[in-house]
Design a binder for this molecule. Sequence first.
Ligand SMILES: C[S@@+](CC[C@H](N)C(=O)[O-])C[C@H]1O[C@@H](n2cnc3c(N)ncnc32)[C@H](O)[C@@H]1O
Length: 234
Amino acid sequence: MTSNPTSAEIKTIFNNIAPMYDQLNQWISLGQHHIWKQMTVKWCEASVGDRALDLCCGSGDLTTLLAKRVAPTGEAIGIDFAPSQLAIAKEKATLNNPKLPLKWVEGDVLNLPFESNYFDCATMGYGLRNVTDIAQSLKEIQRVLKKGAKGAILDFHRPKEIYLQAFQQWYFDRVVVPMAKKFNLTEEYAYLHPSIERFPTGEEQVKMAYNAGFSKAIHYPITGGMMGVLVVEK
Ligand SMILES: C[S@@+](CC[C@H](N)C(=O)[O-])C[C@H]1O[C@@H](n2cnc3c(N)ncnc32)[C@H](O)[C@@H]1O
């Protein structure tokens, strides 16, 4: 696989890693991803009765957090193009949260199967870095949100400080890659670091968000800039 995978290759990666995805996520982030996801849901201002969208939902963590906020009268929809990820999301929801207003849609976030001005809020966790066209993805989020609605987009970032860059590199080489190797997923995880390297910076993402038509955009660096949340408002 190249360091710049196609949409089909990305789908294959996420279908392949689906059974181990949650466990790997937990270990790689030392359990911190739950906190970052809670912050993301808070930043999109989801509230009771909202129709909420979680893009690139994967195994559904953010979708479930959204559903807890919009319940009982609202609805949270998770969309992803990898059926194996969606199968796990559905299974987890049926087992752990059968009463939550959750819906799962198999589809491409670059061409959302929803009408314009449809959602009251949106989240995207570790998805924007993985789509093949970031500008198009932001345009689609802007299109489906209602006027004044907010979206919060969480992802890895390359920190500005040299020592944090060195730490991030060390972490990938010494923690992420060996762990992926243990699960026989070396190839799948080898693309994680290059994807962070080429991911637009927070400042660049803010510009892209304005170009996509959002009226406000702010990027919040977290964990020393190794992570970040782009908050957009239509
Ligand atoms: C790193 S996972 C993130 C999953 C979840 N949001 C989380 O925070 O754990 C990225 C997800 O994006 C999905 N994805 C990537 N490109 C997509 C696209 N164009 N349309 C729909 N899903 C996409 C993948 O299938 C994968 O499940």
